[in-house]
Design a protein around this ligand. Structure first.
Ligand code: SAM
Ligand code: DTB
Ligand code: SF4
Length: 329
């Protein structure tokens, strides 16, 4: 029995109202090392303390500006530096976005997330995005955007337009980061997250696993996320979608148990956050997804497409959720 098994009382039960928690990488690694069933059991206990275990939140993604991105993120099919066959698409018309948002709402999504392949938005771009945000919000959907780095004052503009969530990921552990991205650094990301939080927008921040990182680097990513103060409202855990033409294509895939463990550790360390089982679901068997829900995932991307890559068909997800008696939030 290791340390984490012996000290079964979780930090959150010790400090139910603490806003600031401090998880060391060693503590997080000890969670990863728990016997699989013990880890899942503990994650379920934590999950049930804070959430209805039979409900999952559904967010639909739309790429409102695709490809041609100047950044060099090694996983991303939209970087101008990688030949992936993704067709560049300038900013979508408002009506196109609204049609997609109406369809998402009709299919049962509660949140609509608009993504753009930018280093960050220019003011002219932001004007269009603000229009999209306020119009999507007027349909009765929660709004989310992921537009890259924000400059001073931009988060406030998005908030005033009605933006509920901003997605900006830390992506990986600080020590792994330099292997993956060279055009912006970790502090740039933390700075954008601070701007979002200071503007009063909910923070959606997570990362990608399966990029060839070690287990301690996965623990390092979770430590960074869990030690954000306050913790992110929503934490997308992406399993790398390997796209031919990207530098990370051909990376050894993560064993499925390790992915489920990552979800469980995210749940235990961020007890009140929505943990989103994000990219990579199309490649996951249903039983693995069910284990992720058992490990505390309580949100998914819902809709046939992520930004440029595939996601399970809506009908297939409906059937899966029905089989698991899971209802949407
Ligand atoms: N361009 C903006 C940015 O990077 O901040 C917003 C869009 S970007 C595509 C949003 C996130 O998608 C990335 O931070 C990364 O975590 C995730 N992502 C991109 N490509 C991925 C892939 N192939 N597999 C898994 N996640 C991916
Ligand atoms: C997040 O963490 N994952 C989503 C969303 N935030 C924007 C994006 C996944 C992208 C997967 C690759 C693609 O479809 O281009
Ligand atoms: Fe550009 Fe975002 Fe892709 Fe990085 S992840 S290349 S910033 S679109």
């Amino acid at each position: 029995m290791n340390d984490a098994t012996l000290h079964f009382h979780t930090k959150e039960t010790k400090q139910p109202h603490a806003t600031s928690v401090n998880w060391s990488e060693a503590e997080i690694e000890a969670l990863f090392q728990l016997p699989f069933n013990d880890l899942l059991f503990r994650a379920q206990l934590t999950h049930r303390e804070h959430f209805d275990a039979n409900r999952v939140q559904l967010s639909t993604l739309l790429s409102v500006k695709t490809g041609g991105c100047p950044e060099d993120c090694g996983y991303c099919p939209q970087s101008v530096r990688h030949s992936t066959g993704v067709e560049n698409q300038e900013m979508l018309e408002l009506d196109t976005v609204l049609d997609a948002a109406r369809a998402a709402k009709a299919a049962g999504a509660s949140r609509f997330c608009m993504g753009a392949a930018w280093r960050g938005p220019k003011q002219k771009d932001l004007e269009h995005i603000k229009e999209m945000v306020s119009s999507v919000k007027a349909l009765g959907l929660e709004t989310c955007a992921t537009l890259g780095m924000l400059k001073e004052g931009q988060a406030e503009q998005l908030r005033d337009a009605g933006l509920d969530y901003y997605n900006h990921n830390l992506d990986t552990a600080p020590e792994k980061y330099g292997d993956i991205i060279h055009t912006r650094d970790y502090d740039d990301r933390l700075d954008t997250l601070r701007k979002v939080r200071d503007a009063g927008i909910h923070v959606c921040c997570g990362g990608i696993v399966g990029m060839g990182e070690t287990r301690s680097e996965r623990a390092g990513l979770i430590a960074q996320l869990a030690n954000l103060d306050p913790q992110p409202d929503s934490v997308p855990i992406n399993n790398l979608v390997q796209v031919p033409g990207t530098p990370l294509n051909g990376t050894e895939t993560l064993d499925w148990t390790e992915f489920v463990r990552t979800i469980a550790v995210a749940r235990i360390t961020m007890p009140r956050s929505f943990v989103r089982l994000s990219a990579g679901r199309q490649e996951m068997p249903e039983a693995m997804q069910a284990l992720c829900f058992m490990a505390g995932a309580n949100s998914i991307f819902y809709g046939d497409k992520l930004l440029t890559t595939g996601n399970p068909e809506i009908e297939r997800d409906r059937q899966l959720l029905a089989k698991l008696d899971i209802q949407s939030l």
